[in-house]
Design a protein around this ligand. Structure first.
Ligand SMILES: *[C@@H]1O[C@H](CO)[C@@H](O)[C@H](O)[C@H]1NC(C)=O
Length: 347
């Protein structure tokens, strides 16, 4: 009788052990290693930075070596504040275009970026966009391969701030890390449940809003909107698989880059945001004056003292580029309060 009962008891204990082992295994070895993705940050540089602004880069950037996404697992990942040296301020230009009306514009803005970067310890990078092969597409598309190359050239860099040459940094004491890309800044700064524009809102209601809830660690691209659309004159990219994918999709010659878009790469980003919820979940929209105030416009759009930059977007339409540029360039060193022309009379 005794011996008869021992056997099933052993079987039951054995069965419980096996089930327990499986529970433990499944608990700790899920097939989605989300902790790894949450905690990754970029690696230390793995080689010398090689850059020649004179050698053409062929076949878009798709045949460039893949970015390095591997990182020490000890890093606290995207929940941490990036180091200043892991931020690039990128000027992607060949010195031509509408802005060439302004004397020595490229030299002057590069000096502006250099002193800003020196002050905060950011990396200053200029890439000559003439080098990029963008087929017959509009010249502003070449900013996209430049962003990809910036990440490739600096494997430790986490964020790239791409700013056009028709932008002056007006408040260099403001750090883009503290004010814009630190997790707390993103959390409190981006606009949630806000309409994404496609022309004037009254005339073209998109009925598509930014997400009402979004995780800071998903915000891979930071941008602003003017009264009509997202504006890529001043835009931030974080080194992530999503960013890599987005840059690559944008330069798809059949679907996007090769098509006639009035606003070129800017329209492509807008299009992807309007069409794809997944893209909206990764693009944070800040209020415009945060890092893309225009030389003209009311408070929600136009420059006021204390704003980080001033952008002469569309200055060529009325031939104002040179005048605006010189006015604000001179204002950098002046302590005189600046006021938009339409407000000067009234006060
Ligand atoms: C950029 O490269 C093009 C083509 O090589 C060249 O003509 C142009 O002068 C370069 N721009 C600057 C500012 O050096």
């Amino acid at each position: 009788m005794q011996a008869f009962q021992v056997a099933p008891r052993r079987t039951i204990i054995l069965a419980i052990c096996i089930v327990t082992i499986f529970i433990v295994l499944l608990r700790f070895y899920g097939d989605v290693p989300y902790e790894y993705y949450r905690s990754y940050g970029p690696a230390e540089p793995i080689g010398n930075v090689e850059l020649s602004n004179d050698t053409p880069q062929e076949q878009y950037f798709k045949f460039m070596p893949e970015w390095d996404f591997k990182v020490p697992s000890s890093a606290k990942g995207y929940a941490r504040i990036p180091k200043n040296k892991d931020v690039i301020v990128l000027t992607a230009s060949d010195g031509g275009g509408h802005n060439s009306a302004i004397p020595n514009i490229l030299e002057r803005v590069l000096e502006d970026r250099r002193s800003y970067c020196e002050r905060h310890g950011f990396r200053n990078l200029w890439l000559n966009t003439s080098r990029y092969d963008i087929g017959q597409a509009h010249r502003t598309w070449s900013k996209i391969p430049a962003v990809a190359e910036a990440f490739y050239l600096h494997p430790s860099v986490e964020w790239v701030w791409l700013i056009d040459t028709d932008i002056i940094i007006m408040t260099p004491e403001t750090s883009i890390v503290d004010a814009i890309i630190a997790p707390t800044a993103i959390k409190s700064g981006i606009m949630r449940d806000t309409p994404i524009l496609d022309g004037m809102l009254q005339d073209h209601e998109t009925n598509i809003n930014t997400p009402s809830y979004s995780r800071v660690e998903d915000m891979d691209i930071l941008v602003t909107q003017d009264h009509q659309s997202v504006n890529t004159g001043s835009i931030f990219f974080r080194r992530t698989a999503f960013t890599r994918w987005l840059l690559e999709i944008m330069t798809d010659y059949t679907m996007l880059m090769g098509n006639e878009h009035v606003g070129a790469e800017q329209d492509a980003l807008k299009h992807l945001m309007l069409e794809h919820p997944m893209v909206r979940n990764h693009v944070g929209i800040y209020p415009q004056p945060k890092f893309n105030a225009y030389a003209e416009g009311g408070r929600e759009m136009g420059y006021r003292d204390g704003d980080l930059v001033v952008h002469f977007a569309g200055c060529w339409v009325r031939g104002m580029c040179k005048q605006w540029f010189e006015e604000f360039w001179a204002k950098r060193d002046s302590k005189e309060p600046w006021m938009p022309a339409e407000e000067k009379g009234g006060r």
